[in-house]
Design a binder for this molecule. Structure first.
Ligand SMILES: C[S@@+](CC[C@H](N)C(=O)[O-])C[C@H]1O[C@@H](n2cnc3c(N)ncnc32)[C@H](O)[C@@H]1O
Length: 231
């Protein structure tokens, strides 16, 4: 179980540039935002994983959603704070996901757009399960990952400022299986295309009742039950 620190450092290095480059909402992301907000009924508290420059949080808030902005990269967290937003440094693999501003209240939804691409395949189910534990029954999930096979390591820059990103690719069947085992009921996995050759799988899912997950990866007494209030 490990987080790729080179990837995180690389985002730290380019946080401001990345935020500027990603400022416009891609069409497929706009479609997902509208669907997610509609599923939430236009209100509720959402945990965002990998807020980056904060583009999606603003769009969600415009539509009536309260967003907890988080990122694993301190570069993005500082950027968001400088812009006047509350933002928390958070690794969804290891950190406590409970909402510090609403103690004991599970989230109504999770928004993780293009962020879990950096979670290693062997850690993906753990992250999805932790997100499910932090969400109320029937709460909503958006997660988008790159479509394809295997992993990709890309390197940029010179010795003075080396950058290295690790990404994990997914196919629909394996993605669906990981989500289901982690306590999510998948309603749709939509193939989406960004820039040419930029292929995504975009997930719409809701959190299963605890009993619906028994017999899968969450047996009662496994220690993975939520420490939040009953719901
Ligand atoms: C491609 S950017 C997407 C940012 C933003 N959500 C967007 O759509 O523009 C990837 C994001 O994932 C974050 N990230 C990197 N490694 C991560 C990890 N192991 N777990 C969760 N998020 C990670 C980065 O800091 C960055 O905010």
């Amino acid at each position: 179980m490990s987080t790729d620190r080179d990837t995180v450092r690389s985002y730290d290095t380019v946080a401001a540039e990345y935020a500027a480059e990603a400022a416009a909402v891609p069409e497929w992301v706009a479609t997902e935002i509208d669907a997610f907000v509609a599923e939430l009924g236009g209100s509720g508290r959402v945990l965002e994983i990998g807020s980056g420059g904060g583009r999606d949080a603003l769009e969600l808030e415009k539509r009536g959603i309260s967003v907890r902005r988080t990122d694993i990269s301190n570069g993005f967290v500082e950027l968001l704070r400088e812009a006047g937003f509350e933002a928390d440094l958070l690794d969804p693999l290891t950190d406590d996901l409970a909402d510090p501003r609403r103690p004991g209240m599970p989230y109504n939804g999770i928004w993780a757009c293009a962020s879990l691409i950096h979670v290693a395949r062997e850690d993906f189910s753990t992250v999805l399960g932790r997100l499910a534990e932090a969400t109320r029954t029937d709460g909503r999930l958006h997660v988008s990952v790159r479509e394809g096979d295997g992993e990709d390591v890309s390197t940029y820059g010179g010795a003075a400022a080396p950058r290295r990103y690790v990404e994990t690719y997914w196919r629909e069947a394996a993605l669906r299986s990981a989500l289901t085992k982690a306590g999510w009921i998948v309603s749709q996995i939509r193939p989406c295309i960004g820039r040419p050759d930029d292929r995504w799988l975009s997930v719409r899912a809701r959190r299963a009742r605890r009993t619906q997950t028994l017999g899968l990866d969450w047996p009662s007494g496994s220690g993975r039950e939520s420490k939040l209030k009953p719901r």
